[in-house]
Design a binder for this molecule. Structure first.
Ligand SMILES: Cc1cc2nc3c(=O)[nH]c(=O)nc-3n(C[C@H](O)[C@H](O)[C@H](O)COP(=O)(O)OP(=O)(O)OC[C@H]3O[C@@H](n4cnc5c(N)ncnc54)[C@H](O)[C@@H]3O)c2cc1C
Length: 355
């Protein structure tokens, strides 16, 4: 099924990967992205060589790994910075003749007329295609159409303070891999970030914390059970940052403690309320969900990108195999739904146990 036109809502890791995997079998996509290249969710992404290679094919894989460097090819256990992975995927997608990226297109509604799904932007522009893919993350607009009776992801009951810091030079040679430290209802996950030249100079961290749920509600970030948005750094009172610094001094160890404190002092830290979504359905008519729109999960699973890639591969495989779009998408749901649910529920259990 090559001569079909696909609309992908959301041009982050999930949307870009889907477009690249579809391109491998000659399917063209238009990606409609709300932001203008400044999207970011997460700090660290592990790029597993073989699965990505199988997903996007040899030449695209080479183009991605030429940008990311040796570490991506070796299937290392060390993650890249989120931004490096995003930039690599976006750069390669921009050069792919099968992919068009439209940025600054905030989609407010999707639907289907006959067998043609459509998307409409805030400015009233309308796009029509054969298949529409919702890769628009945890607050998906596309999900409202696909799963009208279960539209919202739920607040997981904790936030992740996300930041990035330098690894102090005296510790550089001693860093081994990703590390986790638990405290009282909190967990620090640290991710040494591998660079193109294989050096480790920075680490990303996620400080998971279930103690500030009241604050999230007070500043209007969490409403009942749902996350409304990620707060700006200035929306958090200084007293909270001060208490985090005190806490870090007491609870976390070097080589990470001073970097975490430094990031908080410079306010280079983002409080990200975590959402979870256990899907009951991910397909309706010719409209399909992938990535966090389909199965927002705790970052503690460390598998959001891997799962989005599995979605992209499954979708591409069914479109390659079936001539009929409805049949193909039914197969996609059959293949992926149970595994999506398991992964989100796994993250929920982990979160409850740790926090
Ligand atoms: C705190 C945190 C830490 C994480 N850590 C990891 C990790 O260590 N490893 C890992 O594999 N994964 C991690 N993840 C998850 C991972 O980033 C995602 O699962 C993965 O990137 C797939 O996301 P996505 O592209 O489906 O959604 P998103 O990354 O949420 O992207 C959605 C895109 O859609 C766009 N969009 C949204 N609404 C609209 C609209 N109405 N119109 C147009 N565009 C729209 C957004 O601007 C965005 O670009 C983490 C996530 C979070 C929140």
């Amino acid at each position: 099924m090559k001569n079909i036109v696909t609309l992908i809502i959301g041009g982050s890791l999930g949307g870009l990967t889907t477009a690249l995997v579809l391109s491998r079998i000659g399917i063209s996509s238009t990606i409609l992205e709300r932001t203008t290249g400044r999207t970011q969710r997460g700090v660290a992404i592990r790029v597993a060589g073989a699965p990505l290679h199988n997903a996007v094919g040899k030449s695209t894989y080479k183009a991605i790994t030429d940008i990311l460097g040796e570490a991506a090819v070796r299937q290392g256990t060390l993650p890249h910075s989120w931004w490096d992975v995003y930039q690599a995927l976006r750069t390669v997608a921009l050069e792919d003749a099968n992919i068009q990226i439209v940025e600054g297109a905030k989609i407010v509604e999707v639907g289907q007329d006959g067998n043609r799904p459509w998307a409409m932007s805030e400015s009233g522009e309308r796009w029509v295609a054969d298949i529409l893919v919702g890769a628009d993350g945890y607050r998906s607009v596309v999900r409202r159409f696909v799963s009208a009776d279960q539209q919202h992801a739920n607040y997981a009951g904790y936030i992740a303070w996300l930041g990035q810091a330098e690894i102090p030079s005296k510790y550089k040679g001693r860093i081994r891999g990703v590390d986790f430290f638990s405290g009282n209802r909190e967990l620090l996950a640290v991710y040494p970030l591998i660079e193109k030249n294989m050096e480790l100079n920075h680490f990303g961290f996620g400080w998971f914390d279930s103690k500030h749920n009241g604050l999230m509600r007070e500043i209007g970030v969490v409403n009942k059970d749902h996350v409304l948005h990620t707060p700006r750094t200035e929306a958090i009172p200084d007293s909270i940052y001060e208490s985090l610094i005190k806490q870090a001094k007491r609870v976390w160890d070097e080589p990470w403690r001073s970097g975490v404190i430094n990031a908080i002092e410079k306010r280079k830290i983002i409080a990200t309320p975590i959402s979870e979504y256990v899907p009951n359905r991910v397909v309706r008519e010719n409209i399909v969900l992938i990535g966090d729109a389909a199965h927002a999960q705790s970052p503690m699973t460390g598998a959001g990108f891997e799962e989005a890639t599995l979605d992209a591969v499954a979708l591409t495989n069914v479109l390659e195999k079936h001539q009929d779009i409805t049949q193909a998408l039914e197969q996609y749901e059959l293949l992926r739904l149970a595994s999506m649910r398991r992964r989100v529920e796994g993250g929920q259990s982990f979160g409850r146990a740790m926090l």
